[in-house]
Design a protein around this ligand. Sequence first.
Ligand code: ASP
Length: 325
Amino acid sequence: MDRSNKPPGDGTNENASGRRRPREEPAMTRYALILHGGAGARPERNYDREIDNMRAVVEAMKIRLEAGTPALDIAVEATVMLEDSGLYVAGRGASPNLAGAYELDASLMDGATRKAGAVAALQGFRNPVRAARAVMDHTPHVMLAGEGAALFAHDQGLEAIGDEAAWFTHAGKGEDNHPPGTAPDVLAGALAHGTVGCCVLDSAGRLAAATSTAGVFGKMPGRVGDTPIPGAGSWADGHVAVSATGQGEYFIRTAACAQVSWRVAAGAPLDDATRAVIAEIGELGGDGGLIALDHHGNIAHPFNSQGMKRAWLTTDGEIGVEVFG
Ligand code: ASP
């Protein structure tokens, strides 16, 4: 899906008199977006609701992009919609850790400024990605964890969850995952993952990424995966925006999202860069996927798991939704 890595032209043509006049642009929107709902999909399960939801999020964000909304705001808004849907293992769809606690992680990154914000093992709040945004906007830090993150979220007036048992939907139950370091066929189905994330290129050429998760099913109390770690679970700079999903330990060990950027900066097409990172994760024994967007609007979404829920809007206005294939 790497359509062109050529930089856009200068937007002008010379006419017969040698004077330069504006070139007629093709019907390009110049903005683009890709989101995911996790790499834990199982072929035997029906994903109609997730497909409808992802399409609705992309359509809503297309309107926001048309209105000139900055990439970072769109990344947060899309992620909030995915968190609130209760359909993915993030936000409302979260499942508890082995001690029965709901510890949620999220991060975001703004490519234009290279600012980042994150929360890890956050308990008691509806939208971890909003807490990550508040860390970025209102602290000198990049990440807050645990009790400190919750105190901060409270101080910021973020919406708390009342009755956790009634709130969380355990969306990923029955999906595909396995504990770090075990072969997929040994314990497939024992755990689940279903992180959400979004990468955006806005009409001003800015890139941003956001990612949010409840982590893997069956995780130990205090376990933090790749999702809240800039460079592992999210990344955005002047070249690319990237969001990861899968067995987070492997994405941390490969600096997966930052590695995509380094490869693109070294001249690799986005498609090759993302595939190489997923291949490296596979060689280490991990699985999952990446969504990525470069500053030309090229998108890539490789995975080595059974499926990855994902949807996109291309620069020519095409909307796509896929779970497998
Ligand atoms: N990467 C997430 C984690 O390890 C899980 C997922 O993507 O589903 O916490």
